[in-house]
Design a protein around this ligand. Structure first.
Ligand SMILES: [Zn+2]
Length: 232
């Protein structure tokens, strides 16, 4: 399978729309979805910075590294993210710079310049996720609307590791006849998933977390651990 270009995933994580081809691939490829989620999480962390997060000035080495990267990529520019796709070469450094910003940049001005205005997401809906078949686990789901669309956050504390599998988050119609795979939930982490533009969350109010196996079967395994319904 030909996977999405890493640069394209970086640009998508920064808020640009995916190409039709990438969009189609991401619908079918858990590996690329997971990579996009990782990049999106880095960007979200950088965007969540506040001034109090920056007690120290950046070490000169950070600037040297970024400047060197820029010098190698003459067509890249620092501020206009919207033209990143047209710049033609590696944009992964944008996300790398954002990651560096989480740790070391002072004042948030550089992160702000790279990533645009800080996005204060609006809580759209939330639901308790109840145990399914006495799984013993429960959690929460929220949908937030930010400048780059809707984000589903799913938290199920105390989920154990699955020996030969993983957890998948789904959104489903009220009668669960149609289910959409949203992404992988790793135990011990809150999953944050960018929902596809154009997905009507009112039509998919059920949030479900299932146990899946590495069997190449993209269908729901029918083994769920938690489920809840958003009041949307
Ligand atoms: Zn892929």
């Amino acid at each position: 399978m030909l996977h999405c270009d890493e640069d394209d995933l970086s640009v998508i994580s920064l808020g640009e729309p995916a190409t039709t081809a990438d969009e189609a691939h991401l619908r079918d490829c858990a590996r690329c979805r997971t990579r996009l989620e990782q990049l999106t999480a880095v960007v979200a962390s950088a965007r969540a910075l506040t001034d109090s997060d920056h007690p120290v000035a950046p070490p000169p080495a950070v600037w040297t590294a970024i400047a060197a990267e820029l010098a190698r990529d003459e067509r890249a520019t620092v501020t206009p993210i919207t033209s990143a796709r047209r710049s033609g070469r590696s944009r992964l450094w944008l996300v790398a710079a954002a990651a560096a910003a989480v740790g070391v940049l002072a004042g948030g001005t550089i992160a702000g310049g790279l990533l645009g205005d800080r996005d204060v997401p609006e809580l759209v809906a939330q639901a308790e996720l109840a145990p399914v078949d006495d799984s013993g686990y429960s959690g929460q789901a929220t949908i937030e609307r930010g400048s780059s669309g809707n984000v589903l956050n799913v938290s199920v504390p105390d989920l154990p590791l699955v020996a030969d599998g993983y957890y998948e988050v789904w959104m489903a119609t009220a009668d669960t006849s149609t289910m959409v795979a949203i992404g992988t939930l790793n135990p011990g982490h809150t999953g944050s998933f960018a929902l596809p533009d154009g997905m009507d969350v009112n039509a998919f109010p059920v949030v479900d977390v299932s146990v899946e196996h590495f069997d190449g079967n993209a269908e729901h395994s029918v083994t769920s651990v938690v489920r809840g319904q958003l009041p949307v």
